[in-house]
Design a protein around this ligand. Structure first.
Ligand SMILES: Cc1cc2nc3c(=O)[nH]c(=O)nc-3n(C[C@H](O)[C@H](O)[C@H](O)COP(=O)(O)OP(=O)(O)OC[C@H]3O[C@@H](n4cnc5c(N)ncnc54)[C@H](O)[C@@H]3O)c2cc1C
Length: 458
């Protein structure tokens, strides 16, 4: 870093936003010896560490353990202690203090600049009076914010976004959740397991409609077993908060729904407003478009990684973008190979859902000659010991022209750790007759791969 005047500081690269994507890019560039500044308006670690992935998983895990104990004969557990669960959640999110995340950046020589930054013309970022000039690249990693649909009365009804919903200090007696996607179902299960009375309102015909149809059905069954009410196929047309303090949604079938708190979980909006895009001729308010090299087609010095580029709103994909963008800035030829549907995804409910690549429907829509094979997720000897009686379906989607797996979905007890094997098969386009020789150990639940390949006829 070099200071050329009172207010200008020069770096090789300036990263805007220190969520998972920005941290990874800045750290990798710093490790390679570049002078790097990362600008953060709130907490180092971003949405994921404090208000998204980490707290939601901390809220879900205790009930999952309890379920597991219930499935293994000879073990018993007393139950959940909600106050202790919330305390542990607070530990996981470091009570919203990011001081433990700063050394990782500093150890890599990265300069941390606190404040809200914005572009100010080519290769310049301003943070209050501070002007940071980037010799090689500016990397935008500003993430996303919760989407508020334009429903009359919604803003006035003081809804919770993911932030309040993941950091609440007490278990809300009742909750109305608008949106039955991943965030909606995870929060529904977490709070219902801790004692809330929960209703989920979903406009689509079923929960989790982007995944295989059995996913939404099986997660809905589990939620209903916890007492969650699901209203699918109805849209909210108005919202209010009554004098008694209850939030209400008017629905387009003429009915209404109420709850002590209302969580809005209908998607995320890339955070491209107020970051100075107009100073370089780009339009704020929509995803910051980049090519497969994560670089803006309009400005070769500008990169966008993570949620802000709208390609895949998942932490691990943002970190992947961060590694690739750093490599590109370091002079390597890079190109995204995993994107969109190829992104591995996990829904941390019980049953857990782990999926990568196509569903049968999306494969056929993409013009592939696709066939699906299904087996019960518990169809292995290994399942007798772990997660006995745990329901769920596992599916491979096979491209019958190329004889490779183009999609995998596992619903059932603790399937997340299976996902990377499937990701290797799908991203690596491993031929089925090679997969057949990849022998899973006995008695592990990975023998599910044998059951699936046998079902295909191998
Ligand atoms: C409830 C919930 C649960 C989730 N669970 C998972 C999960 O289990 N697994 C998973 O993979 N994904 C999950 N996600 C998605 C995940 O949180 C995001 O994909 C991830 O946080 C994106 O990382 P990012 O670095 O792109 O952005 P963010 O994490 O949003 O970080 C962006 C950072 O930029 C900063 N910033 C913004 N504007 C400026 C500015 N002008 N100047 C300086 N700093 C700025 C912000 O303060 C923030 O710290 C979940 C999301 C939600 C809402």
């Amino acid at each position: 870093m070099c200071e050329t005047g009172d207010l200008e500081r020069h770096f090789d690269a300036v990263v805007l936003g220190a969520g998972p994507a920005g941290e990874v890019a800045a750290g990798r560039l710093g490790e390679a010896g570049l002078a790097v500044a990362v600008v953060e308006a709130e907490l180092i670690g971003g949405e994921c560490s404090y208000w998204a992935c980490m707290p939601s998983k901390a809220l879900l895990r205790p009930a999952e353990v309890l379920q597991e104990v219930g499935r293994v004969p000879g073990v018993s557990a007393v139950g959940l202690d909600p106050a202790a669960v919330l305390d542990r959640r607070d530990e996981v999110i470091h009570t919203l203090d990011d001081s433990s995340q700063v050394p990782w950046l500093e150890d890599r020589g990265v300069t941390v600049v606190r404040g809200r930054g914005k572009l100010d013309g080519e290769r310049r970022v301003v943070v209050a009076d501070d002007v940071l000039v980037a010799g090689r690249a500016v990397v935008v990693a500003t993430g996303s914010t919760s989407l508020m649909p334009p429903i009359p009365g919604l803003a006035e009804s003081r809804p919770w976004t993911n932030r309040e919903a993941t950091t609440a200090r007490e278990v809300p007696p009742s909750l109305l959740i608008l949106g039955g996607g991943v965030v909606g179902v995870e929060l529904a299960q977490a709070w219902a397991s801790l004692g809330s009375r929960v209703m989920v309102v979903e406009g689509g015909p079923c929960l989790l409609s982007r995944e295989e149809p059995f996913v939404g059905e099986q997660v809905a069954e589990a939620l209903q077993a916890l007492g969650v009410e699901i209203r699918a196929g109805v849209h909210a047309v108005a919202a209010s908060r009554g004098e008694g303090g209850e939030a209400r949604l008017e629905l387009d079938d003429g009915t209404s729904a109420g709850g002590g708190e209302l969580i809005v979980a209908v998607g995320r909006r890339p955070a491209t407003g107020g970051i100075g895009l107009e100073t370089i001729g780009l339009e704020p308010g929509k995803p910051l478009e980049v090519g497969n090299d994560l670089r803006s087609p309009a400005h070769p010095w500008l990169y966008a990684i993570g949620d802000v580029n709208g390609r895949a709103q998942l932490t691990h994909m943002g970190k992947y973008h961060g590694r690739l963008a750093a490599d590109a800035i370091l002079g390597k030829n890079v190109s995204i190979r995993s994107d969109g549907q190829l992104s591995p995804r996990v829904i941390f409910t019980d049953p857990q859902v782990a999926a990568v690549g196509h569903t049968l429907v999306s494969a056929r829509e993409a013009g592939l000659s696709a066939r699906a094979v299904d087996v019960e997720t518990s169809a292995t000897a290994g399942a007798s010991f772990v997660g006995r009686n745990a329901p769920g379906t596992s599916r491979l989607v096979i491209d019958e022209d190329r004889l490779i797996v183009v999609g995998a979905t596992f619903a059932g007890f603790e399937t997340a750790e299976w996902l990377h094997a499937a990701t290797i098969a799908v991203v690596g386009e491993v031929p089925l007759d090679t997969l057949w020789h990849a022998v899973p150990s006995f008695p592990t639940r990975s023998e599910i791969w044998l059951r699936l390949l046998e079902s295909y006829g191998l």
